[in-house]
Every structure is written in C-alpha cells, then in structure tokens.
Design a protein around this ligand. Structure first.
Ligand SMILES: *[C@@H]1O[C@H](CO)[C@@H](O)[C@H](O)[C@H]1NC(C)=O
Ligand SMILES: *[C@@H]1O[C@H](CO)[C@@H](O)[C@H](O)[C@H]1NC(C)=O
Ligand SMILES: *[C@@H]1O[C@H](CO)[C@@H](O)[C@H](O)[C@H]1NC(C)=O
Ligand SMILES: *[C@@H]1O[C@H](CO)[C@@H](O)[C@H](O)[C@H]1NC(C)=O
Ligand SMILES: *[C@@H]1O[C@H](CO)[C@@H](O)[C@H](O)[C@H]1NC(C)=O
Ligand SMILES: *[C@@H]1O[C@H](CO)[C@@H](O)[C@H](O)[C@H]1NC(C)=O
Ligand SMILES: *[C@@H]1O[C@H](CO)[C@@H](O)[C@H](O)[C@H]1NC(C)=O
Ligand SMILES: *[C@@H]1O[C@H](CO)[C@@H](O)[C@H](O)[C@H]1NC(C)=O
Length: 830
C-alpha cells in the first residue's frame, strides 16, 4: 500500500480556524494493531485529500481534543467527521487511538479510561478471543474503514456521519433492520458536540427529509417526485448537483454527487440550523454556499398555519390562504403571517357538488397518506370517494427499483400543513372545494347590483320631484344636504363604480383604528391597514379633522381623484363620510414604501440596479400622467421616498397625490396658505415663497432620483461630510466626471454605469435652482426611455451651496425660520 508523504509546510497549513493539529513528518493511510495513533501523528489518504488525527477546534486555554477526519489541504471549516464528539480528550499527551485485539478501534487515555470505541458489527461471529488481524484504512473518499485481513468490512466511519455528508456517502432514510441516519450539527464552530439540529428522513416517510430542532420539525424538504433528483445547474461549478435514492438490500438510502467536477463539495448540517451545500473555492480560499435552507423565515415548518401557504413567488415570501379560504383570525401580527391558519369560507358539503381545484407550483403539504400502485385517475377517484380526503397529489417516480412500483399517490385526510408555492420545487396539488362556491357569489352580485342602483335612481328622482313640486322655497343647500344624506346612509354604489364604504365596516376592518394597525402618519392624517370582511386588505387614510372641505366638495374631489388611474399610481378604492370623519380607502401594497428598502442596509442590496431603474422610470411615468395626461393636471407637492409604494413586482406606485385638492380644494392657484412638503424635497421657490408649479414636483423627482442611485437619504450626512448635502455632493462628483463614486456601494458592481450616470445627470437638471431651467416631465420620461445623450449641462445648485450649515438640524431650523418670515403657516416635518 502506498504511503503519502507531505511536505512540512503543507502540514503546518492544516489549521482549522485556529485549531491546533498535531502532525509529524511521515504519514501513512493505515492504522495497524501494532502502531496506535497518538497526538502528533496523522493518517493521510493515498491522494492526500483527507487526513485523520487529533485536533482541537478551540483556541481557548482549556483545550479539548478530538479524533477526526478533515480535508488535508483546505485551511478552514475542514472537519468532516468526529469520532468522540461527546467525550473530548482533556489530556492529549496520554491519548491513543488503537486497534485492540485486532478487532476494534478504541480511543483511550493511557490510564485505560475508554473515551470512544467503534461499534463493530461483524459479518460473522467475532469474539474478542479471536485473532482477526485487521487494519483500518483512510481512503480517498474520506472513509475510515476497518477490515478483516480477508477484506470484509467490520466498521466504517461513513456509517456514522456527524454533521457532513460527502459524495459517496449514503444516508439511510428507512429503518427496517438498522436505525435511521442523521446529520447532527455541531453546537457551535468551536464545539463538535451534538446540537439540537439534525437532518434526515421523516421517520414516518422516507419520501421527505426534515431538519429537526430537537423533536420539532424546523424545515421540511419537498417530497420526492423522482428517485433521481437533479438540482439546478450551478454556473460556479459548471455542473448540476444530483441526489439519488437507492435501495441496498432492504434499506433505502440517499446520496449526492456532482458529475464531472473535481471541486470539493459537501452537504453540511450547520450549527445555525441551515442545511448547506458548499463548494470549496480554491481561488478565494473559502466555502461558497450553493444552496442553504431554510432561505426565509416563511420557509420554516408550518409557518403559515393550516390551509395557509408561503408564497415564494412574491418578492418577499409571504403567507397566503388557499383559494376559498380566509385567515382564521384577523390578528395576523402585522407581518402577513396567519398564526392560527386559515379556514374555509364555506363549509364543504361532501358529495356531487365537489370539485378539485388545481394549485400549481406547490411544495405539497406534510402528513400525507402514501397509497401504492395507483394510476393518476385511480388516485383522484380514491380521494373523491372518501369524504375525509381534503387533497391529493400524484407523481411518477421514474423507476420501479425502490418499491416495485413507480407511482406516488398521496392523499391528505385533514389539515394541509407546511405548504409553499415555488416554481422550482412545486408540483400540482388538488384540493377539494364546493363546485359552485365562487360563481354563486358573483351571480348574487350580478342580480342585486342593478336592483340597488335602480332603487337609488328612483330615490333621487323622487327627491327631485319633491324639490320641484313641494319645496320650491327651500334653499339649494338644504336640498344638497338631503341628497348627500340619502346617499351616505346607503352602503352601495355612487357614480358608477366608485364605492362608498360604511364607517362601521372601516371600524371593523381596522380594529377600531387600533395603533397596531397603523401603517404611518402624515400631514393629512393617519394611515391604517385594514381587512374587509371579504378578506381584501386595504389601506385606510383617516383625514385629520377640521379641513376646510364640505361634505359634497370632499365627495366630488374623491370621485375625481379616483378616476385618475395609472399603473404607477396607488388606486383610490373608495371613501367614507361619517359625522366630521372623512376617510379614503386605497389599495394595500404589502411591500411597503421605497424608503423601507432604500434606506435599510439589509434590504437595499435586494434593490438591484435594474429594479431601481424601473422604479425611476415608473415614478416619471406616473408623474407625467398627473401633470399632463390626466384631465385634472395634479401637482403632487409632496413627492418623496415614503410616498412611493412598491407592488409585489417592485413596480412603483405614487401615493398621496391630489391630497391638497381633497383636503383644501386648493390646487390650481399658484399660492396657498399652507405649504405641504418635506424638508429636502421641497424646491427653493416652494419652501421659501410657497409658490408651486409642476416644476416643484420635478425638483422633488430629481431629489428622489439622486437618493435611489446613491441609496442615501437627502438629509443623511454620512456620505457627504465635506458637502452641505447630497445634491452638492452629486454635483461635485458629476462635474469631475466621477459619477461611479456616487452610486450605492451595494449595487455598484452590478449596475450599468451608463444608466446610473444618465440618472445622476437628469437628477441634477431637475434640482436646478431656476424652475424654468428644470426639464418637463415629458422630456424626463423620453430621456429615460430612449437614452438621449444630448442633455444640457446642469447648473451648480446654488440654493444649498450658498449656505454652509454646520449640522443638519441647523439647516432644518434655518429653513423653518426663513419659511416663517415668508408667512407660511404650516410646514410638515419629515
Ligand atoms: C480564537 O482566536 C481568534 C483570533 O486569535 C479570536 O478571534 C477568537 O475569538 C478566538 N476564539 C476563542 C473561542 O477564543
Ligand atoms: C455503540 O453501541 C452502544 C450500544 O449499542 C451505544 O450506546 C454507543 O453509543 C455506540 N457507540 C457509538 C460510537 O456509536
Ligand atoms: C454467533 O454466536 C452465537 C453464540 O456464540 C450463536 O448462537 C450464533 O448462531 C452465532 N451467529 C453466527 C452468524 O454465527
Ligand atoms: C494472531 O495473529 C498473530 C499475528 O498475525 C499470529 O502470530 C498468531 O498466531 C495469531 N493467533 C491466533 C490464535 O490465530
Ligand atoms: C430551536 O428550539 C429551541 C427550543 O425549543 C428554541 O429556543 C430555538 O429558538 C429554536 N431554533 C430555531 C432556529 O427555531
Ligand atoms: C470563486 O469565487 C469567486 C468570487 O466569489 C468567483 O468569481 C469564482 O467563480 C469562484 N470560483 C469557483 C471555482 O467557484
Ligand atoms: C399493481 O396493481 C395491479 C392491478 O391494479 C396489479 O396487477 C399489480 O400486481 C400491482 N403491482 C404491485 C407491485 O403491487
Ligand atoms: C378514508 O380514508 C381513511 C384513511 O385512509 C380511511 O381510514 C377511511 O376508512 C376511508 N373512508 C372511506 C369511506 O373509504
């Protein structure tokens, strides 16, 4: 047998974090009965890949030592197997690993204290008196094998995995004669003893694997759909990871590999609770993680409750209820999670009325009954005919070699738990619903709507008739009031499609405007999240009391604003008047506002440049519609990052437009007695003189563009220490042709410098001091879309450059006080 010699410097480089490994010059790959292993010597596999010996993972003074196997030429996180993980050696000088009696591997102290021994299961009967003169070899796959002199395997380390699965290793996922096998994580990077996280098959079902936290499932893998599971192509290793399920004698095992690749790969149950597929990157000298699970909290076991599922196709995975189900409790903690799960909107009546709804791309639920040897139609019939069957799923496993049967018919008899939607791992799930459940409801609406509307028209005609014939002396105001009261006591439609929603309904939807439902507050009032009885989420804006608007004017403005419909505007769904309460109801957007991403260090890397560019173009288009294309010509007056909401595709939607109209009825005049705006976004002429025009919105847009490109707040000081503000900083870099430094460092590697530089240029044109020099919204849109290069040079922004404020607070005060001297009555804070 060949012996592996290693140069000294290579052995010295075998340091695990700062672990001390004890090595000597010459190495062997065999442990012989005559030559026990002691601290200071190692076995090295033939090709030098793996080594076995004593190591200490900790550099603390109270060192503990272990016998283990590690990658010989990888300097960190290299331990793949540990023998005595529960019983560390405290006195390394006296420890030996020996083949005793020729038949067993024993780790002991010299005083005879047994620390660990291999559990030898012999192919025949072996008594300790027998002399089998075996030897133990560390092979090139990292397996340490104890054999008899005839070559029969007595024991191997691959049968006793610790936290790592290597290519060539099998993990037993059934338990007929032997117990299941698990990967059990280390306690922490310094301590190999077992933690509560383990990974292996579900003891009830070899078809799925589970990460356990103690005895509780923490993450469940997708159910096998094929006995050969091929992962996605990994560009970094130019290959595809596959997993196979195979039968060896009467047990089923899983194993993995990566064809045609010499890279070092492993699957590790990490102490953090994640199962990781890692590949060694020899140029960067680090482990690259190809895959880690769970990815998101929403992917942890049963996160969304029974009949709920985690939708991974959303930008941020969120809980949803199956079609025809609704959250059991309205208190969903505000994070979109249904703690108590979902329930059917209509109880199911088992029988001919039932049909099965096909949900595509689902990671199918847990707790299934596996029915063998069924065709798809038989599987479907099996579920249909059994009233306790709530759902089924079907697959062909590709080979009969595992169970003598290549079908996989799964039935669910109760709650559907731990379901997810995912394009990569999903399959069809068929769930039982009532045949007419959806149609019946919409039919009722179809019949009742025309009836109610005609009734309303009749009431109006009757009122008009009363007015004409019997109440000619009454003045116009009283008449208007009567109509408005007649209309507002009905919960039905006004003006075609625009609904009036009753105050009672809003109180219910928002939990009586509870503070836990509050999404934010602005100058016009507080905004609450609400859920209508039909399950539809809404955003409720409760205008602060005491606006100058009368009821009819408010109603008219709201109806006009609701007619503004554009992809990049938040939709106004309805309104409500109750006493002196005025309430606007908007569509609810779960991804919150742009500032929640842009100014949050963990979320901002999610906003890739392509998304940001799309957001910039979307805002420009929405603004163009407000300024020019709609009938009303709306000036927003408070464009800022927290007024840009993001939908589930990260498209921007401008919110809070038309508020001045709704609130005060003032929009077209050049002057107003109320300045509504936010420090930093307000154009100089608006902040100082209260004069606004579409060009004041262009200014706000310019600030927004600079924020999106740089990922910094206009008011933030940390990137602009040498400059009065972000605008001056941008201008200075642009002037020197150095726009790259302005780009958010978390995207600068992946962005198009051409586009970022164009955006900075446009941003600077928009924030020029002279409103007439700022571009029109229409030319901004066409420039962003077509990439016209003949833009004029922006002028230096003098508004802020002239003032040299010491701190941000001082700057804000200066503006507020100068605003006061210009007799502006109100200035909204940030
Ligand atoms: C081990 O040493 C490194 C660097 O010397 C140190 O950062 C680390 O905290 C130490 N770990 C322990 C457990 O002492
Ligand atoms: C060996 O088997 C005994 C009893 O079956 C068990 O208690 C012990 O943990 C096993 N040791 C190892 C290293 O698996
Ligand atoms: C092993 O030995 C026991 C008793 O010594 C005996 O009963 C048994 O049949 C033997 N098994 C085999 C496989 O030889
Ligand atoms: C045990 O093995 C040794 C060395 O291989 C040999 O000399 C001895 O005769 C053997 N003893 C028995 C009982 O087979
Ligand atoms: C694992 O379980 C323990 C005890 O139940 C708990 O404290 C811990 O948070 C769990 N860990 C995770 C990652 O869920
Ligand atoms: C190593 O990492 C670098 C940087 O992360 C990457 O560019 C390279 O493709 C990686 N190489 C391999 C072989 O994974
Ligand atoms: C599967 O079912 C068919 C009849 O439905 C039967 O002929 C066949 O033997 C069954 N196969 C197995 C493996 O049970
Ligand atoms: C429905 O399926 C369950 C579980 O397989 C079974 O216990 C029950 O007997 C079945 N009921 C009918 C009516 O087939």
């Amino acid at each position: 047998m060949a012996m592996g010699f290693l140069p000294i410097h290579r052995i010295i480089s075998l340091v695990f974090c700062s672990a001390s490994l004890f090595t000597s010059g010459a190495t062997e790959n065999r442990l012989l009965p005559s030559k026990p292993l002691t601290v200071g010597s190692t076995l090295v596999s033939d090709d030098g890949t793996f080594a076995l010996g004593f190591f200490s993972p900790s550099n603390s003074t109270r060192n503990r030592y272990y016998v283990g196997i590690w990658y010989n030429s990888i300097p960190k996180d290299n331990i793949v197997w540990v023998a005595n993980r529960a019983t560390p050696i405290t006195d390394p000088s006296s420890a030996t690993l020996a083949l005793t009696g020729g038949s067993n591997l024993v780790l002991s102290n010299t005083d005879g204290q047994l620390l660990w021994m291999a559990n030898v299961s012999a192919p025949g009967n072996l008594s300790s008196s027998e002399n089998i003169s075996g030897e133990a070899t560390l092979d090139n796959t990292g397996n340490f094998i104890l054999r008899t002199s005839e070559g029969a395997v007595l024991w191997q380390s691959f049968d006793y995995p610790t936290d790592t699965l290597l290519p060539g290793m099998n993990l037993r996922v059934t338990h007929n004669r032997h117990a299941l096998q698990w990967l059990i994580s280390w306690k922490d990077p310094q301590d190999p003893s077992s933690s509560s996280f383990s990974y292996g098959a579900d003891p009830d079902q070899f078809l799925q694997r589970i990460i356990w936290n103690g005895s509780r499932p923490y993450r469940r893998s997708p159910v096998w759909r094929n006995y050969l599971v091929v992962g996605s192509y990994m560009e970094s290793v130019k290959s595809t990871i596959y997993m196979t399920i195979s039968r060896i004698e009467d047990e089923i095992y899983i194993s993995f590999g990566i064809p045609g690749v010499s890279s070092t790969v492993k699957i590790k149950m990490d102490y953090s609770g994640k199962i990781k597929i890692q590949v060694w990157n020899s140029s960067m000298l680090e482990w690259n993680v190809l895959q880690a699970e769970p990815v998101h909290e929403c992917n942890t076991y049963g996160y969304c409750g029974a009949f709920g599922y985690c939708d991974n196709t959303e930008f941020i995975p969120t809980c949803k209820c199956f079609d025809g189900f609704e959250p059991l409790s309205k208190k969903d903690g505000g994070d979109g999670r249904f703690w108590e799960g979902c329930r059917r909107k209509e109880t199911i009546i088992c029988g001919r009325e039932n049909r099965f709804l096909t949900l595509t791309d689902m990671k199918i639920p847990d707790k299934f009954v596996y029915v063998k040897n069924r065709s798809f139609d038989e599987c479907s019939a099996e579920c249909t005919s059994n009233c306790s069957c709530t759902a089924y799923a079907y697959a062909n496993m590709g080979t009969t070699a595992i169970n003598g049967d290549d079908t996989r018919c799964l039935l669910w008899m109760g709650d559907l738990i731990d379901t997810e939607k995912s394009v990569e791992i999903g399959e069809n799930l068929y769930i039982r619903v009532n045949r007419l459940s959806d149609k019946r409801r919409s039919n009722i609406l179809k019949i009742t709507l025309p009836v109610v509307s005609s009734l309303l028209i009749l009431i109006c005609m009757w009122l008009v008739w009363i007015y004409n014939c019997q109440a000619k002396q009454r003045n116009k105001k009283i008449w208007k009031k009567m109509i408005s009261e007649a209309l507002s006591t009905s919960d039905e439609l006004v003006d075609g499609k625009f609904p009036f929603i009753s105050f009672r309904e809003i109180v219910l939807a928002t939990n009586n405007f509870s503070s836990s439902n509050m999404l934010g507050h602005g100058g016009f009032g507080n905004v609450y999240k609400g859920t209508l009885e039909c399950g539809k989420p809404i955003a409720v804006k409760r205008l602060s009391k005491g606006s100058g608007q009368g009821i009819l004017e408010f109603r008219n403005e709201a109806i006009l604003i609701a007619k503004l419909q554009h992809r990049n505007l938040v939709k106004l769904l309805g309104f409500c008047i109750h006493g002196d309460e005025k309430i606007l109801i908007y569509e609810y957007l779960p991804n919150k506002s742009l500032d929640a991403f842009l100014f949050n260090s963990t979320r901002k890397p999610l906003l890739h440049w392509s998304i940001r560019f799309n957001i910039i173009i979307g805002i420009a288009r929405g603004l163009l519609y407000l300024h020019q294309d709609s009938r009303l010509k709306i000036i927003h007056r408070d464009l800022k990052a927290n007024n840009i909401l993001l939908d589930d595709e990260m498209s921007p939607k401008i919110s809070d437009f038309g508020m001045a109209r709704i609130f005060d009825g003032t929009q077209q005049q050049g002057n107003t007695n109320r300045v509504v705006g936010t420090y930093g976004y307000m154009s100089p002429e608006y902040a100082l003189e209260g004069v606004f025009s579409v060009k004041s919105d262009v200014y706000g847009f310019g600030v927004l563009v600079l924020e999106i490109v740089s990922g910094s707040k206009i008011t933030s000081m940390h990137i602009t220490e040498d400059f009065p503000n972000l605008i001056a900083y941008a201008w200075s870099l642009w002037k020197d042709g150095n726009t790259k430094d302005f780009v958010d460092s978390s995207i600068v590697e992946t962005c198009s410098l051409d586009e970022t530089s164009r955006c900075i240029h446009i941003g600077l044109l928009c924030v020029q001091d002279n409103p007439n020099a700022r571009p029109l919204t229409s030319s901004i849109v066409s420039n962003l879309e077509n990439g016209d290069t003949s833009l004029p040079h922006p002028k230096q922004p003098i508004y802020f450059a002239e003032r040299n404020y010491g701190t941000h607070e001082a700057a804000e005060e200066a503006i507020v006080s100068s605003a006061n001297t210009m007799s502006i009555t109100a200035l909204e804070g940030r």
